[in-house]
Design a binder for this molecule. Structure first.
Ligand code: SF4
Length: 321
């Protein structure tokens, strides 16, 4: 199935009852900033300024999208989404839009034990991202978090990240053939459909939103060039389908490793460390073995799942993307 997708299938969606159905979820970036700084965060949060999603804008965007598009899941992500000062309003905006019935909060969990009951009540599932350097902060609170999940019937899924794949090169590449190969092998755009809605625009991946922010001003560009404006016009669904099926890399792909960045041990970025770790040509950050395996229809999955506690409320995964 995955082989078919990566080699042949450029239409990373289905049509059901006239609506576009992505393979997985659509993401809302609740905030851009984070309370930790993972070196290879694929939203480039260590470089982000404080930015907060406006619930009214999210409602407008998702309400228009809901006429043509129906993801099984909306993921609220960041940065660290629990830094949003009005998470309840954001959740209610997503619910009111009716774009999807299932809402997942993706969090590093550091603030989870302080999350209010009314927010727990609005969430269907939590993806808890745990890192070697932050686990000790969660351990004392896990029993209480587990109890809250059980009380509110929220599925709790724990992902443990020991490694990340390099995501960005601020130097990029001038080799168009390599950019095309990276895009062709990009599981986010072609297999998973990691769609993202951000300030009036729809994107096929979150990376394309954040890449212009990390580039030198001399080569940067408006991130919206890589998205589709969300607008309630009769031709919008066709524009969305054309965008999702396009074989042409995004502008951002020149500075992105997609699914084939070299595997690096997870570390937290120091103030100056992020820039030097990413000011490396794309060619030096590619895992060519992974690229070749994906091009040959292999290695589409690198998830190792380990069930941890009771199935519904606590599942433990070791994960590397
Ligand atoms: S910028 Fe390009 S290579 Fe990177 S995730 Fe998006 S589509 Fe994939």
């Amino acid at each position: 199935m995955q082989k078919q997708y990566l080699i042949k299938n450029w239409r990373c969606y289905r049509i059901v009852n006239g609506k576009i159905i992505p393979p997985r979820s659509c993401e809302i970036n609740a905030v851009d900033h984070c309370n930790i700084a993972c070196m290879d965060c694929n939203h480039a949060s260590p470089t982000a300024k404080m930015k907060i999603a406006n619930p009214d804008v999210v409602f407008r965007d998702l309400s228009i999208l809901s006429l043509f598009y129906r993801p099984a899941v909306i993921k609220i992500i960041g940065g660290e989404p629990l830094l949003h000062p009005n998470m309840l309003a954001l959740l209610k905006a997503i619910r009111r839009s009716s774009v999807s019935k299932h809402i997942i909060l993706v969090t590093n969990g550091i603030l989870l034990s302080q999350m209010k009951d009314e927010i727990w009540a609005e969430i269907d599932e939590i993806e808890l991202s745990v890192y070697p350097q932050t686990e000790f902060l969660l351990t004392p609170h896990m029993a209480a978090i587990y109890q809250s999940a059980k009380l509110h019937q929220v599925a709790l899924v724990k992902y443990y990240y020991e490694n990340f794949r390099a995501t960005f090169s601020t130097i990029g590449t001038t080799d168009h053939a390599l950019t095309q190969r990276i895009y062709n092998a990009c599981k986010l755009a072609r297999l998973w459909g990691c769609h993202s809605v951000h300030e009036g625009y729809f994107f096929k991946c979150p990376q394309s939103i954040y890449i212009p922010n990390i580039l030198d001003k001399a080569v940067s560009y408006d991130y919206r060039e890589d998205g589709v404006k969300i607008i309630s016009t009769p031709d919008f669904p066709d524009k969305l389908k054309e965008y999702l099926s396009s074989r042409k890399p995004l502008r951002a792909c020149r500075y992105c490793l997609g699914s084939v960045g070299r595997l690096r041990v997870h570390v937290l970025a120091k103030t100056t460390g992020w820039e030097s770790a990413h000011a490396v040509p794309t060619e030096e950050l590619v895992d060519y073995d992974k690229l070749s395996r994906l091009e040959n229809g292999k290695g589409a999955s690198d998830i190792n799942k380990i069930q941890y506690k009771s199935l519904k409320y606590f599942i433990h995964h070791t994960f590397c993307f």
